[in-house]
Design a protein around this ligand. Structure first.
Ligand SMILES: O=P(O)(O)OC[C@H]1O[C@H](OP(=O)(O)OP(=O)(O)O)[C@H](O)[C@@H]1O
Ligand code: HPA
Length: 184
C-alpha cells in the first residue's frame, strides 16, 4: 500500500519511507555499539512494532534474539485507556538478560511505563527502550527512552505499523489521516 492507494484519506506524510530507512540504520549502529559482545533480546510489542522490529533486526550486525508480547491498552479508538493487560507473554525467561523493548510509538507513555515495570520485576540484567516515534505527552511520564526514531507532534498518526481501527499498518511511511475518515 502506498500514498496513491490512500486517495483522499491521506492528509499528509510526516516521515517518508526513505527517512525511516536512514534513521533505522543510525539507530541500529548505536544499538550494535551499545551491545557489542553482550547478549541482546529484542522484545517487540505486537502488533504495531512488527515493521520496526523486522527492519531494525535486519539492520543490526548483532546476532540479537527476538521475542514478542501483546498487551492491550487501546480499544478501537484513538485514546489510551491506561489499563494494560497481557494478551501474549514472552516465550523467553529474561532473568539476567539484556532486554531492548521495540515499539512503534510512545504516545501517553502509559503502555511503556507499565511494561518496563513488569519486565524489570522479572530480574533482567537491563531493560531499555527503542521506539520509532515519540510524542510529547510521553514527557510527563518518567520514562528513559534510549533510542528514538522521531519526535512528532501530538497528532494521531498511521502507517509503518501504526493503525487506525486496524487499517493503514501496511503503509511504508508515517502520516496523518484526513478528518473525514474519522467522521465516516
Ligand atoms: O504510549 P501509549 O499512549 O500507551 O501508546 C502506545 C501504545 O499504543 C500502541 O499500541 P496499540 O494498543 O494501539 O496496539 P497495536 O500495537 O496492536 O496497534 C503502540 O503500539 C503502543 O504499544
Ligand atoms: O498516533 C497513534 N496512531 C496509532 N496508534 C497509536 N497508539 C498510540 N498512539 C497512536
Amino acid at each position: 500500500m502506498d500514498a496513491k492507494d490512500m486517495g483522499e484519506d491521506l492528509e499528509k506524510v510526516l516521515v517518508t519511507e526513505e527517512e525511516i530507512k536512514t534513521r533505522l540504520r543510525e539507530m541500529a549502529a548505536e544499538i550494535d555499539a551499545a551491545y557489542a559482545g553482550k547478549d541482546l533480546l529484542l522484545v517487540g510489542v505486537l502488533k504495531g512494532a512488527v515493521m520496526v522490529m523486522a527492519d531494525l533486526a535486519r539492520e543490526l550486525h548483532h546476532p540479537a534474539e527476538t521475542d514478542w508480547m501483546a498487551v492491550s491498552s487501546y480499544g478501537a479508538g484513538t485514546t489510551s485507556s491506561g489499563v494494560v493487560r497481557i494478551l501474549k507473554d514472552l516465550d523467553a525467561d529474561i532473568k539476567d538478560r539484556n532486554v531492548l523493548i521495540v515499539e512503534d510509538v510512545i504516545d501517553s507513555g502509559l503502555t511503556l511505563s507499565w511494561l518496563v515495570g513488569n519486565l524489570k520485576s522479572r530480574g533482567p540484567a537491563s531493560v531499555e527502550i527503542c521506539t520509532m516515534v515519540r510524542k510529547p505527552l510521553a514527557f510527563s511520564v518518567d520514562l528513559d527512552v534510549k533510542y528514538i526514531g522521531f519526535d512528532l507532534p501530538n497528532e494521531f498518526i498511521i502507517g509503518y505499523g501504526l493503525d487506525y481501527a486496524e487499517k493503514y499498518r501496511n503503509l511504508p511511511f508515517i502520516g496523518t489521516l484526513a478528518p473525514h475518515v474519522y467522521q465516516d
